[in-house]
Design a protein around this ligand. Structure first.
Ligand SMILES: NC(=O)c1ccc[n+]([C@@H]2O[C@H](COP(=O)([O-])OP(=O)(O)OC[C@H]3O[C@@H](n4cnc5c(N)ncnc54)[C@H](OP(=O)(O)O)[C@@H]3O)[C@@H](O)[C@H]2O)c1
Length: 291
């Protein structure tokens, strides 16, 4: 079995370095794919209220833990996120309660993220205060953000009532989108970098640029992408509903790319966003007419 090692977050808690993404994983597939992933050695699953499968994922982890009593709850890392439409103090408090109810089978949530900065100062601020309180309650262990650009992070770090710094920023990252400036800022601030869509959503999995490396290392193109992410110090969250890919994606932990090859892959960068990019979402004072 491949071992999914952990690294420390600025909260003092640990996070396994590779997670299973479950965006677009159907509810009725979540149970079997999450349990299979845990069988194989995954110890980290990334969901969101937006994905509509929180309960299925949490129940799957809970059921698996019952079948595998030698593994402790603390060895598994479960992430969820508050979506833009639930920003604001009251709305987020309610949302956290609902997400905790859905995660009853696993008792607590390891990481709660603000899914994106797409609201306004007051709402983002209120959301962060509600998340800070959730940590104080003990039912949420770490909090962080997703899709935050440097300006959104600077805004958050300047909240007068900031008690907890984000533990992570989860952003789209792969060789075609390496976001060097944002990544450097996060590293300097001690905020861990999670890489979503580390396989560029599969859109460029057969890109000839990957073939050279796949041949050289005797690995799959997907493994080259995941190994690049790990080498950059990111926490990649590859998604799959295909059991054979679950295994090979995890096995990316078993080899390392050379520094020279990492640099060659870095050179593919072309701002290749595959989905949305809220890191560029304007702050209130940047919007036309201040709206
Ligand atoms: N915070 C955010 O805004 C945000 C946005 C997007 C994603 N995420 C998170 O990050 C996770 C991963 O991102 P993602 O789902 O967008 O994309 P991804 O992981 O880059 O790619 C997933 C796609 O690649 C395919 N795939 C997986 N393993 C493969 C392999 N070994 N060979 C070839 N194809 C493979 C999958 O197909 P099959 O499933 O059919 O195998 C699926 O179509 C999400 O599930 C979610 O948890 C967060």
């Amino acid at each position: 079995m491949v071992f999914d090692p952990s690294v420390k977050l600025n909260s003092g808690n640990s996070i396994p370095v590779l997670g299973l993404g479950v965006y677009l994983t159907p509810k009725d597939v979540a149970d079997s794919i999450v349990q299979k992933a845990l069988d194989l050695g995954y110890r980290h699953v990334d969901t969101a209220t937006y994905y509509k499968n929180e309960q299925d994922v949490a129940d799957a982890i809970g059921a698996w833990l019952k079948k595998n009593p030698t593994v402790k709850r603390e060895e598994i890392f479960y992430t969820t996120k508050v979506f833009d439409t639930d920003h604001g103090y009251e709305a987020t408090k309610k949302l956290i309660a609902t997400s905790l109810e859905k995660a009853k089978a696993i008792d607590y949530i390891d990481l709660f993220l603000v899914h994106s900065p797409q609201s306004d100062y007051e709402k983002r601020h209120g959301t962060w205060l509600a998340l800070q309180e959730a940590v104080e309650s003990g039912k949420v262990k770490n909090i962080g953000v997703s899709n935050y650009g440097i300006k959104h992070l600077k805004e958050l770090l300047a909240y007068p009532d900031l008690k907890i710094k984000p533990a992570v920023n989860q952003i789209e990252l792969h060789p075609w989108l390496s976001r060097e400036e944002l990544v450097k800022y996060l590293k300097d601030e001690g905020i861990a970098v999670e890489a979503y869509s580390p396989l560029a959503r599969g859109q460029r999995i057969n890109d000839p640029a990957l073939e050279e490396f796949a041949k050289k290392y005797g690995k799959t193109n997907a493994q080259i992408l995941i190994a690049w992410s790990l080498a950059k110090g990111f926490i990649p969250l590859p998604k799959t509903v295909t059991v054979s890919r679950l295994r090979t994606n995890l096995e990316s932990l078993n080899f390392k790319l050379s520094d020279e090859d990492i640099k060659k892959l870095d050179s593919l960068d072309e701002y290749g966003v595959t989905g949305w990019d809220p890191t560029v979402y304007p702050l209130d004072n940047e919007k036309i007419g201040g709206k």
